[in-house]
Design a protein around this ligand. Structure first.
Ligand SMILES: [Zn+2]
Length: 462
């Protein structure tokens, strides 16, 4: 069976269905959410659209509480899951093309969700239809599981798997080719200062960052009773560190701010943390007190180091690389300092042991360490039949022999017991998910449909 040829002959149908799906504005609408319409009208309309498509094709469909659903084909004991989502993030500004149209320009289809995740969903959907029309007997059930709240916390699939069977194997067309088989653990850890601020001390407040999953690009501090040379020192600091910032006098107070560079928390080395930078300046300027301790602690832990070496939190392994720490929300006020960190730890990280050790190392230091949240790593061995089969199919179609990937981000695959992310961004393609003018290359959409069809047949028939 030449899957690519078959997919090419159905390109128009693929594009038309994707446009219809993109035209549904499936953004979470918490304000108008009810028990019946849990994520608002848009996400539910997109979910219903897919389930109607499945029913039209005579496949078994099921809706789980208007949050998620599935389209199933094939027969047998075992279940293969294909995990997709039809909700999208808000559009933002600066679009050249209408975000909810699906216009094709120079071989690219533009629209919110084109690559995340409506395009890949439609490619997988065409794959299922091609298999059905080819009359290929399946000895496993193949189930496309469709979520409508992936972008805001996975409530869709959480509910789905409370009620429905977990597939024995599965893949999620919601990331990169060749495939991602290793996802780091994601922990939210918090350092809290043990002492309070004294009313007379120099540092009054410090504020940087709103989310732990981003490198903060701005930090601002309010001070009093600073040295005569403070402004000069600050100018010098900016020059020496090739940074931008401002220094302003407001009555008795001085407001100092500094700029950094934003990046995703899974790759903190790609950004420049403004909180760390400003702390570095403050550590040379402050004389004593809780603020002084706070700035020095920040420098000791994070200046020039994204790996937590100071508390022996550093650890790397071959399957997933380095453990990284991103201090994403950093504040100081009357209650002292607080540093919220998103930590992306390697698959084989001895988490409990490392945390206990860090707490001991903190010992007499002025900060305590707490774990606010922990999502454990996800890993399917490269030798596993699932990984080998998917890699084989991908290589067949692309002659690209690159190795499976690991990520510090979480993909949809991590909700499955044995699942990997499989496409559909090809190596070297820019990742335009969540950005203005999000697009999918139509030729790649067709190619992905062929890859998915062959993968499903290889995994679910004899
Ligand atoms: Zn996605």
């Amino acid at each position: 069976m030449d899957w690519l040829k078959t997919a090419q002959s159905r390109e128009q149908e693929l594009v038309a269905e994707l446009q219809q799906l993109i035209q549904i504005e499936s953004i979470l609408d918490e304000e108008n959410a009810t028990d019946v319409v849990p994520f608002g009208d848009g996400p539910l309309a997109a979910l219903s659209f897919m389930l109607d498509k499945g029913a039209e094709q005579g496949m078994t469909v099921k809706n789980i509480d208007n949050m998620a659903g599935h389209i199933e084909m094939g027969e047998g004991e075992d279940l293969l899951g294909i995990l997709c989502h039809v909700d999208v993030v808000p559009v933002g500004s600066d679009w050249t093309y209408p975000p909810f149209e699906g216009r094709v320009v120079d071989g690219k289809l533009f629209g919110r969700g084109a690559i995340d995740d409506k395009g890949p969903t439609m490619a997988a959907w065409l794959a299922m239809k091609m298999i059905k029309d080819a009359g290929i007997p399946l000895n496993k059930r193949v189930r496309m599981i469709i979520g409508s709240d992936e972008e805001s916390g996975f409530r869709c699939v959480d509910r789905y798997f409370e009620k429905e069977e977990m597939p024995g194997i599965g893949f999620a067309p919601d990331a990169d080719f060749p495939l991602i088989n290793a996802e780091k653990g994601i922990a939210h850890i918090v350092f809290s200062q043990k002492a309070r601020r004294h009313a007379e001390e120099q540092l009054i407040s410090f504020q940087s960052g709103k989310r732990t999953n981003m490198v903060p690009d701005k930090a601002i501090a309010s001070l009093q009773k600073i040295s005569e040379n403070a402004e000069l020192n600050f100018r010098k600091f900016l020059l020496e560190n090739d940074a931008e910032g401002s220094f302003a006098e407001q009555g008795e107070r001085y407001i100092i701010s500094i700029k950094g560079k934003s990046a995703h928390a899974m790759e903190p080395q790609k950004g420049r943390n403004a909180a760390v930078l400003l702390s570095k300046f403050l550590s040379t300027e402050l004389e004593a007190g809780a603020g002084y301790d706070f700035a020095n602690f920040m420098v000791e832990l994070f200046d020039g180091d994204h790996y937590g070496s100071a508390l022996s939190l550093n650890f790397s392994d071959e399957m997933s690389g380095q453990t990284t720490l991103n201090p994403g929300i950093v504040t100081f006020g009357d209650n002292g300092g607080s540093i919220e960190v998103s930590m992306r730890y390697a698959v084989s990280y001895p988490f409990e042991e490392k945390m206990t050790q860090a707490q001991q190392l903190l010992g007499t230091k002025p900060f305590a360490l707490d774990i606010a949240d922990n999502s454990t790593p996800h890993y399917v061995s490269e030798d596993d039949e699932l990984v080998q089969t998917l890699l084989g199919v991908y290589r067949n179609h692309t002659a690209d022999f690159s190795k499976p990937l690991s990520t510090g981000g979480g993909t949809y695959a991590r909700v499955m017991k044995k699942g990997v992310a499989f496409g559909m961004l090809f190596p070297g393609e820019p990742d335009v998910a969540h950005q203005a003018d999000e697009f999918v290359i139509v030729e790649n959409l067709v190619k992905a449909a062929a890859i998915y069809a062959e993968a499903i047949v290889k995994l679910a028939s004899k």
